[in-house]
Write a protein that binds this ligand. Structure first.
Ligand SMILES: *Cc1c(COP(=O)(O)O)cnc(C)c1O
Length: 331
């Protein structure tokens, strides 16, 4: 239970291989290791993408997966934009349901959940293919039982960085390994120099997102976040929170935001800000740092709007309220 997020895996994963222009019948194999040729395309040219979604234990004993269709669609899109073999969405959906059902008993009780990690890697042993796609690949789905990501009353210190870039500006909407590696140097520097927990990248076109989460500002009755474009990852949590915010009567504004506007609004007394993503749903921000100046966000503590929207989403996920949106799929 004390293990770090995503370090404990269920004993098996489900895998399919793309060889000879077709996908093999998915099968369960040990999740301990994977045999790869050292010349595999992914190891040299980063032909890889992944997804992150969760399954939740409900009071009636069932286990249900949150918005699987959205993650499967995004996985297909990432694979396509990286020129990996075309993903069979129906097959992947069935693989996810099958592996979650097989390890249903290992799904933690609330507030824990089963984190699901579909992964696609280019496996062709072809070092000459630096400028050509991998003709072979593997898709596998790993499962890791997880607890609550952040303790309930912690707020984050966020550095607004207007120089560093998370990734190439037209690669942001792809959930691909290289984007996280390229962001690390900025995150490490922000930790060392500003004791920041996360970096909000704002160099081109204003505020984008952090290393692995979207950014949402709550000011008065308005919920503000960047409009969808190629430069950042289109979070399923972002979309879900905006949907619930509209239903609660907030005005949702999707447009470009500058770092200056964000820190200016952040100090309004009832302002709140949070990072959204599957792991933490909404992680509240207490302090922003921009151009060596510190700003307390609202009260500096976890605010009522973030708490309310997080609870609303959690209640749907854990089956404590009606799923009016058709977001849950039984495994
Ligand atoms: C996964 C991810 C998110 C959050 O997406 P969700 O679908 O809400 O989990 C945001 N930004 C980046 C860079 C991500 O990798």
């Amino acid at each position: 239970m004390a293990k770090a997020f995503g370090t404990e895996f269920v004993p098996e994963m489900i895998i399919t291989r793309f060889e000879g222009n077709q996908w093999s019948q998915p099968e369960f194999v040990s999740s301990d290791s994977l045999a790869l040729h050292p010349g595999s395309h992914v190891l040299h040219y980063a032909s890889t993408c992944f997804e992150g979604l969760k399954a939740f234990r409900h009071p009636d004993g069932s286990v249900k997966i949150f918005r699987m269709d959205q993650n499967v669609k995004r996985f297909e899109q990432s694979s396509r934009l990286l020129a990996l073999p075309q993903v069979d969405e129906a097959m992947l959906s069935q693989m996810i349901v099958d592996v979650v059902a097989r390890f249903k008993d290992l799904t933690p009780e609330p507030p824990g959940s089963m984190y699901i990690r579909p992964t696609h890697i280019g496996t062709e042993a072809a070092i000459g293919k630096a400028a050509a796609p991998s003709g072979e690949s593997m898709v596998y789905v790993l499962l890791t039982p997880v607890g609550d990501y952040f303790s309930a009353d912690t707020t984050l210190r966020l550095l607004l960085d207007d120089e560093g870039m998370r990734c190439a500006p037209d690669n942001g909407m792809i959930k691909t390994g290289g984007n996280y590696a390229s962001a690390l140097k900025h995150i490490i520097r922000a930790k060392a120099e500003y004791q920041a927990d996360q970096v909000l990248f704002c160099s081109i076109g204003g505020v984008t997102e952090t290393g692995a989460a979207n950014f949402i500002l709550f000011d008065g009755d308005e919920v503000l976040t960047k409009a969808l474009d190629d430069s950042f990852l289109h979070g399923v949590t972002r979309d879900s929170v905006l949907t619930l915010a509209r239903e609660y009567g907030f005005t949702v504004t999707e447009r470009d935001l500058t770092a200056e506007e964000v820190v200016d609004r952040a100090t309004h007394p009832d302002c709140e800000a949070a990072l959204s993503g599957t792991a933490a749903i909404l992680a509240p921000i207490g302090t922003m740092i921009f151009k060596d100046q510190e700003y307390t966000v609202g009260s500096g503590k976890v605010g009522p709007k973030v708490s309310k929207l997080k609870k609303a989403l959690n209640d749907i996920q854990f089956g404590l309220t009606e799923d009016n949106h058709g977001w849950m799929t039984e495994a």
